[in-house]
Ligand binder design. Sequence first.
Ligand SMILES: NC(=O)c1ccc[n+]([C@@H]2O[C@H](COP(=O)([O-])OP(=O)(O)OC[C@H]3O[C@@H](n4cnc5c(N)ncnc54)[C@H](OP(=O)(O)O)[C@@H]3O)[C@@H](O)[C@H]2O)c1
Length: 276
Amino acid sequence: MGSPYGKVVLVTGASSGIGRSIAELLKAKGYRVYGTSRKPENESRNAVVGGSGFIRMLLMDVCSEESVKNAISQILEAEGTIDIVVNNAGMGIAGSVEDTSPEEVYRQINTNFFGAHRVIRQVAPIMRKNRNGLIVNISSVAAQFPIPFQSMYCASKTAIEAMSEALRTELKPFGVKVSMIEPGDIKTGFTDSRVFTADSGENSVYRDNFKKSVGVMIKDETNGPDPIVVAKQLYRIIGKRNPPIRVIIGLQYKVFVFLKRLLPDRLVSFVISKMY
Ligand SMILES: NC(=O)c1ccc[n+]([C@@H]2O[C@H](COP(=O)([O-])OP(=O)(O)OC[C@H]3O[C@@H](n4cnc5c(N)ncnc54)[C@H](OP(=O)(O)O)[C@@H]3O)[C@@H](O)[C@H]2O)c1
């Protein structure tokens, strides 16, 4: 299946999990994939560039404007354009609201939200000029269901959702499309990379509930499906001239989101508190 947008794809955070799976699937489908990582050792995973499908890993820290610009200029040098961008790089910080310092909040929002914004600001002019292009932002069902002790992660994804919906309308007259994927729990490196806030240790008044909630999150993530389920959905989206605003991954999450629209907020909040 061809894409109406073109073959040159940027996937941020392609060294692991969902991003890696997306990069590998698109490579297999003949796309020219530029994946990113903050770690120089991942550059050695560069495929031989040539022929049709490949993955070329580039250094990018989405928290640095300079690093984002550098990676994007390397793609432009090699390809002259970028057709599809998947804003996937992200991480999670866990801790109660009270146990999370402003610096920790900033770290979370800087990676997951400002990071995507930095990339979008560099690629939107290219796509506008081409009057074609697709930006897919990897959000989370956590944007629809803020869960305890992951408040800042959920906030970062809610922010992505608001930006994506507004951006979709802004870029529409230029022929550039914006879509989101909301995965539920997926088995990736996300669980091991989770950062616990400094104040969520033994002295926290939230300690018992925090431990219980984090235990549920870890269990759900490690029992989650392989990230290929997200990659396959992404592949479907890039084949569509009119991509959906958002796609939820996982039948149970689709049902939860549907029910959330019907049920009173109080009941939804009660169910979440029982689950976590
Ligand atoms: N796993 C889940 O259950 C789940 C559910 C919903 C949404 N998501 C979202 O899916 C996305 C991918 O997560 P994952 O589950 O695949 O986790 P993962 O396996 O830990 O992968 C995270 C990727 O993001 C990159 N990254 C992290 N911080 C970065 C930064 N500052 N600059 C550039 N790259 C950075 C990492 O690359 P390096 O470390 O090599 O730089 C890595 O490639 C995230 O946005 C996450 O919020 C995950």
